[in-house]
Design a protein around this ligand. Structure first.
Ligand code: T5A
Length: 206
């Protein structure tokens, strides 16, 4: 049987504290001598980072082209980084994954659910996270934390970010067994403890 690690994804709106929690979870796991692979979306491969630059700092494009660009970056990340790491039995901690596409491109931009689902399937080949941690907070607070709008998404109107938040909450409510929803206004260390309490029992035992 092929070894299978654990795939944990951190989701949420702008400035929710995802990268902070990826680092804290990685620290805890490394202290236990686990193999940990961290990544972010869009990005995480040279190809994906080039797409990230175009998506976040380029001129912008149609919602459908945006969906396909996120998906192309994701396919590279799954094939080159995530699937091999899980095959080795590693703990993979990823800053954003498919739930961001549903939240931003479907709820935020208004693309059809079936189209988004199709793109996700194509990009992931059916790979799903074992656990998705939603760091939830009011968009205005997150944007304040993120600072002056530095990319195309942060510069969107508050209404867009409210729809994105609703998109995350709806996904978590639909599949509570695979989601941990946390109040992102709690202190980082308290959040890290809650995250680790959800990861620890799911770690593959040798
Ligand atoms: N996108 C992405 C799509 O539209 N579709 C997709 O399919 C995908 C994958 C990516 C953009 O692309 C969009 C969504 C995004 O708009 P990004 O730069 O990765 O862009 O954007 P973010 O993921 O939002 O990154 P940020 O760095 O803005 O936010 P983080 O990582 O959530 O937050 P973090 O950890 O950097 O913390 C932000 C600030 O808050 C403080 C930190 O110290 C930092 O100053 N902080 C806290 N403060 C108080 N309490 C806490 N608990 C705190 N935790 C952190």
């Amino acid at each position: 049987m092929v070894a299978r690690g654990l795939f944990v994804v951190f989701e949420g709106g702008e400035g929710a504290g995802k990268s902070t929690q990826v680092s804290l979870a990685a620290e805890r796991a490394r202290a236990l001598d686990l193999e940990v692979v961290t990544c972010r979306e869009p990005g995480g491969t040279p190809f994906g980072e080039a797409i990230r630059a175009a998506l976040l700092h380029g001129e912008g494009t149609s919602a459908r082209a945006e969906l396909l660009a996120f998906s192309a970056a994701r396919a590279a990340l799954v094939d080159e980084v995530i699937a091999p790491a899980l095959g080795r039995g590693a703990l993979v901690l990823c800053d954003r994954f498919t739930a961001s596409t549903v939240a931003y491109q479907q709820y935020g931009r208004g693309l059809e659910a079936a189209l988004v689902e199709h793109a996700i399937e194509l990009a992931t080949g059916g790979l799903r996270p074992d656990l998705q941690v939603l760091l939830d907070l009011p968009p205005a607070r997150g944007l304040e934390r993120a600072g002056a709008a530095s990319d195309r998404f942060e510069a969107e109107r508050l209404g867009f970010h409210e729809r994105v938040r609703a998109g995350f909450l709806a996904q978590a409510a639909d599949d509570p067994g695979h989601w941990l929803v946390l109040d992102a206004e709690a202190p980082p260390e308290a959040l890290a403890s809650a995250v680790w309490s959800a990861i620890e029992p799911r770690l593959p035992r040798s």
